[in-house]
Write a protein that binds this ligand. Structure first.
Ligand SMILES: Cc1ncc(COP(=O)(O)O)c(C=O)c1O
Length: 354
């Protein structure tokens, strides 16, 4: 007897295959400890947040702050436990029946497939070419099907790191006749957003995260920006009170001190330029420009050995070589000066010795 959805029967249990090492440069996390930055103000604020109650004014305050930060009206926003949860809700809200599917470029964020399949939404992929670019015509062809419910564009794209061509995104928004999701998880590093176009394009949905640029991957906070009518439909599939009041209070405090986090991002961008330069000088390494807080690079057929060598030296980066476009590629998250220099030192040591 099988008690669950038929399509779950042959699905594998989710397994995060990231080595846990002292120097963590594999998951695009921030090296800044947010609690250290806000703890006094956070604890003070918590005096007015009773956790025995469902409601608190902090929710209204947070929406107002987020509205100021994103420069969109409060009714254009909804938030939850990380961009992942928002994706999950969005996929759930667009799935119509067993034939429904989404379209994404590939390689892109690994978990689009995981969450779409978790809610029974199929997913089709169009491969990027070797310049990490794509054909709009081919993309639109995949979307030109009544069962296509969502076009996904990750901008800048993870794991390639590049921004997609703006005119191509606009063409998809204008011609696809579908809901178009732009994943702006790395917005604070790219500086590029479509948030000011949600009224111009009522089919546009943007997802963002606090995990990278506000250093709270472990706290879980993400949000969606869209036309109020889309927000209303999306909220129909969300559980009520899903984002706990303590997280809301912490995020509200962080937004009061946002300058510290945004300044940290500026440093990360500077560090990225430095690592890019250093990797570029190593013969046999090819590194790609990136509008994010990570770099993807290849050491040709030495890549896997380099990856293992770094692990042996307590440095975890991410293997992203599973898609042919990124054959022999790894991805490194830019971190603080100490971690970055340990990374570069070990990469140089490995390349010199082999
Ligand atoms: C492109 C992209 N979207 C979404 C997420 C999920 O972010 P969160 O931690 O807010 O769930 C990530 C995390 O790595 C990501 O890279």
């Amino acid at each position: 007897m099988y008690y669950f959805r038929n399509d779950l029967k042959n699905k594998k249990v989710v397994n995060i295959d990231v080595p846990n090492k002292k120097i963590k440069m594999g998951l695009n996390e921030s090296s800044l400890d947010p609690f250290e930055v806000v703890k006094d103000e956070f604890l003070e604020k918590m005096k007015n947040v009773q956790l025995n109650r469902y409601f608190n004014n902090i929710t209204k305050t947070l929406i107002a702050q987020l509205s100021e930060y994103t420069k969109v009206k409060p009714e254009c926003l909804t938030f939850g436990n990380g961009a992942d949860e928002m994706l999950y809700y969005l996929f759930n809200s667009v799935r119509n029946d067993n034939n429904s599917f989404a379209v994404s470029l590939a390689p892109s964020y690994f978990d689009y497939k995981r969450y779409s399949e978790a809610v029974g939404l199929g997913i089709k992929f169009l491969s990027l070419n070797s310049d990490f670019d794509f054909s709009v015509e081919e993309y639109l062809e995949l979307c030109d099907d009544e069962n296509c419910k969502l076009c996904i564009l990750c901008n800048p794209n993870n794991p390639t790191g590049n921004l997609l061509d703006e005119s191509k995104i606009i063409e998809i928004l204008e011609r696809s006749k579908r809901l178009v999701l732009i994943d702006e998880t790395y917005f604070e590093f790219s500086g590029k957003t479509f948030a000011d176009r949600i009224y111009e394009y009522p089919n546009l949905v943007i997802v963002r995260s606090f995990s990278k640029s506000f250093s709270v991957a472990g706290l879980r906070f993400g949000y969606i920006i869209s036309h109020p009518e889309n927000i209303r439909e999306l909220e129909k599939v969300m559980t009520i009170f899903h984002l706990n009041l303590m997280t809301q209070t912490m995020i509200s405090t962080m937004l009061e001190k946002k300058k510290i986090f945004l300044e940290h991002n500026r440093k990360i961008i500077e560090n990225k330029k430095d690592i890019f330069k250093q990797l570029s000088t190593i013969e046999e390494i090819h590194v790609h420009p990136s509008a994010t807080n990570f770099l993807s690079f290849s050491a040709g057929d030495k890549t896997e050995d380099l990856f293992n060598f770094l692990i042996q030296n307590d440095i975890a980066i991410r293997a992203v070589w599973h898609h042919p476009v990124l054959a022999n590629h790894v991805r490194v998250t830019i971190s603080n000066a100490e971690h970055n220099s340990a990374f570069i030192k070990n990469v140089k040591r490995f390349m010199e010795e082999r």
